[in-house]
Design a protein around this ligand. Sequence first.
Ligand code: AMP
Length: 141
Amino acid sequence: MSDTVFDRIIAGSIPCHKVYEDAQVLAFLDIAPLSRGHTLVIPKESAATLDQLSDESAAALGRVLPRICRAVIAVTGVKEYNVLENNGRGAHQEVPHVHFHIIPKPDGAAGLGIKWPTGALGADAAQLAKQLAQHLKSAER
Ligand code: AMP
């Protein structure tokens, strides 16, 4: 059984500033916010990365994420925000338990800063899309 800081928050052995809870989902304020209202939304299921999450937990997260975004907008008064979900240390994931960041973007300085080094779609794009579609058709959960 995994024992990340978020598992401990779910278990109640570490405190948090709770924002939302249901049978499958917990949301609380990030302890080191990028901006006021920075909120984390996590499944209670112990999955390290999004690809490991069950359909049930994914659906539960998807159902409440927009609601929590609306609450963050209403309470902070900041209409623009980023939703971020990191997977793996190389992709900036520090806590190996799935979590969605909701990060208000009040101005150019506060909130999430993003480098977006765009490239060109490769010549294999059609093949790549086909392979992905075929994999999705054959994959089972
Ligand atoms: P990530 O880099 O996507 O794994 O983000 C992990 C996030 O968890 C960071 O933004 C941390 O500030 C946050 N965090 C770590 N420990 C706690 C905690 N005890 N309570 C709330 N947020 C936390």
